[in-house]
Design a protein around this ligand. Structure first.
Ligand code: BV8
Ligand code: ZN
Length: 255
C-alpha cells in the first residue's frame, strides 16, 4: 500500500483506532518493556518482576521499581507521536486510543478517554481490599539506579498498597478490554504503534481489526513478519505519525 492510498483511506475513515505499546513512549526517554532493566533490577526479567508473586516475595523491591518508573514518567514529556495522535482526533469523526502503556503521556498530550489495557502507574490500590491510594504529589528524587521502597499501607485495612498496573497472570480490566475489542471490531483504520506484539490478549487486537475488514498498519523502526493483508510503515512513531498527518490533512503544529 502506498502512503497516498493510506492517507486517502484515513481521510475517508469514520472510526480510527490507534493502539500503542512501549515504543510509542520510547522517544520520550521511557525504556521499552523489552529494553534490559538497569541498576537495582538489572538481574530481573521484567515479565518476572511484573507479577503478584514478585510483589508478595519482595514488596519493597517491586514497589521501588514502580516508583522509579513513575518518577521517570513524571520527568518525561509527551513526544511527537503522542502529539500527532492527539491532533489526529481533530481530523477524523471518531478516534479511539487503546494503549498497553502504563504511563500518562497520551493524556498529557491531550488525548481523551484513553483505554489502558494494562492499567496505570498512577492508580495504586490496596492489594487486599482494593481501596484506591492517593500517591503524594512529589516524592523525593529517587536514585537513578533505583532503590527498595517499603510500600505504603492501606488506611482502611493496613494491607500493602500495590501498583495499579495489570501484572502478568492477571485479567485485564473488563471495561478496558471490552472497549478495546469493540473499537478494533468497528474501526476502518487500525494503527498498531510501537509494540512487539508479544503480550496477550492485547496482541489480539490488530487481528480482530483485520477480521472486521479494517486497514491495519504497523508502525515500528524494527521490521517484523505480518500477514499479506496488513501494512508496515518502518520508522519511529513520532516521524511516521507526523508524516501521515501532514500527508493526509496538511498542517501540524511545530513541536
Ligand atoms: C492474561 C503492566 C488471562 C506491567 C504489562 C501464563 C499464565 C497467565 C498468562 C500467561 C501465561 N503465559 C502467557 C500468558 C499470557 C501473558 C502474556 O502475554 N505473556 C507474554 C510474556 C507471552 N499475558 C498475561 O498474563 C495477561 N493476562 O493473560 O490474563 C489469564 C489470567 C490468569 C491465568 C491465565 C490467563 C496480562 C498481560 C499484562 C502484563 N502487563 N504491563 C508493567 O508495566 O510493569 S505488559 C507490558 O508489555 C507493557 O504493558 C508493555 O506495553 C507490554 C507489551 O510490550 P510492548 O508494549 O510491545 O513493548 P516491547 O518492549 O515489547 O516492544 C516495544 C516495541 O517498540 C518494539 O517492537 C520496538 O521495536 C518498538 N520501538 C522502539 N522504539 C520505537 C518503537 N516503535 C516506534 N517508535 C519508536 N521510537
Ligand atoms: Zn485495604
Amino acid at each position: 500500500m502506498t502512503i497516498s492510498t493510506l492517507t486517502q483511506q484515513l481521510r475517508e475513515a469514520k472510526h480510527v483506532v490507534v493502539f500503542t505499546g512501549a515504543g510509542a513512549s520510547a522517544e520520550s526517554g521511557i525504556p521499552t518493556f523489552r529494553d534490559a532493566l538497569t541498576g537495582l533490577w538489572e538481574r530481573f526479567d521484567p515479565a518476572q518482576l511484573a507479577t503478584a508473586e514478585a510483589f508478595r516475595a519482595d514488596p519493597s523491591l517491586c514497589w521501588g521499581w514502580y516508583e522509579w518508573r513513575r518518577q521517570k514518567v513524571g520527568q518525561a514529556q509527551p513526544n511527537g507521536a503522542h502529539v500527532a495522535i492527539t491532533e489526529l482526533a481533530n481530523y477524523v469523526p471518531k478516534l479511539t486510543v487503546v494503549t498497553q502503556n502504563v504511563d500518562d503521556l497520551h493524556e498529557r498530550a491531550g488525548s481523551q478517554d484513553v483505554i489502558h489495557l494494562h492499567g496505570s502507574l498512577h492508580t495504586p490500590r490496596c492489594i487486599d481490599c482494593g481501596l484506591a491510594y492517593t500517591l503524594p504529589l512529589t516524592s523525593d528524587a529517587l536514585p537513578e539506579d533505583g532503590s527498595r521502597i517499603e510500600p505504603p499501607r492501606c488506611s482502611a485495612c493496613s494491607g500493602y498498597v500495590r501498583s495499579g498496573v495489570v501484572w502478568f497472570g492477571e485479567m485485564l480490566p473488563e471495561d478496558a478490554w471490552s472497549a478495546g475489542l469493540a473499537a478494533a471490531e468497528e474501526c476502518d483504520v487500525f494503527f498498531s504503534v510501537g509494540t512487539s506484539g508479544i503480550v496477550y490478549p492485547a496482541a489480539e487486537l490488530p487481528l480482530r481489526a483485520l477480521g472486521n475488514g479494517a486497514t491495519v498498519v504497523h508502525i515500528n523502526p524494527v521490521r517484523f513478519d505480518i500477514s499479506t493483508q496488513e501494512h508496515f510503515l518502518q520508522g519511529p512513531a513520532s516521524t511516521m505519525m507526523q508524516c501521515l498527518l501532514r500527508e493526509a490533512f496538511g498542517g501540524l503544529p511545530a513541536l
